[in-house]
Design a binder for this molecule. Structure first.
Ligand code: GTP
Ligand code: MG
Length: 201
């Protein structure tokens, strides 16, 4: 009886856990996005004042539950000297959210280089990629289509893995739900894909 009840309890309440990396250049809006995500998806989370967020040295961690999935986020610092730490987390990750500052055309090339280096890692092969075109509240920002064009030569390296470029405003929360829901769907699908299919992609 105990076994039956504990099995039922686990079936109903146990979550499948997925680790999601949040990467991108410094000032892209990664920590703001994480805070906004926690506020939107955690019932009792009292969000911090977004204007008080300062540059990340090291990492921020956050967890949310979406249905039967538990997402554990690792938001890493994006400054140049911290980017060398990103790959230490690749082996553990089930998904990557890459944040781009759509108002910073000057650093778009730098962001593309960091993105290209990240997706070139064999360890991340097949892992779903959510690219956030952040700061869409600025009327002079680059559009999703501008960003896709600027990143177009990354396409062969992205290969067949799931990839979505999502317009977003981390400050207001616009695009956050859509992005997270897409990521949940993809990580679940990816983990249940037969290994042979994963090898091919
Ligand atoms: N206008 C606007 N500003 C934003 C948005 N998202 C973030 N910011 C601002 O961008 C700045 C940097 O945000 P952070 O979240 O600290 O950026 P980060 O990517 O975590 O930076 P590092 O920790 O240094 O890697 C802050 O001043 C934010 O308020 C957005 O959607 N719109
Ligand atoms: Mg940060």
């Amino acid at each position: 009886m105990y076994t039956l009840l504990s099995g039922l309890y686990k079936y109903v309440f146990q979550k499948d856990e997925y680790c999601i990396l949040i990467l991108g250049l410094d000032n892209a809006g990664k920590t703001t996005f994480l805070e906004q995500t926690k506020t939107k998806f955690s019932r009792n989370y009292k969000g911090m004042n977004l204007s008080k967020i300062t540059t990340t040295v090291g990492l921020n961690i956050g967890t949310i539950d979406v249905g039967k999935a538990r997402l554990m986020f690792w938001d890493l610092g994006g400054q140049e000297e911290l980017q060398s730490l990103w790959d230490k987390y690749y082996a553990e990750s089930h998904g990557v959210i890459y944040v781009i500052d759509s108002t910073d055309e000057e650093r778009l090339g730098e962001s593309k280089n960091a993105f290209e280096k990240m997706i070139s890692s064999e360890v991340l092969e097949g892992v779903p990629l959510l690219v956030l075109a952040n700061k869409q509240d600025n009327e002079n920002c680059l559009s999703v289509s501008d960003i896709k064009t600027a990143f177009s030569d990354c396409a062969p390296k992205i290969g067949k893995r799931d990839c979505l470029v999502q317009p977003c405003c981390a400050l207001s929360g616009q695009g956050v739900n859509d992005g997270i829901e897409w990521m949940v769907k993809c990580v679940i699908r990816n983990i249940h894909r037969p290994p042979r299919e994963k090898d091919i992609t």
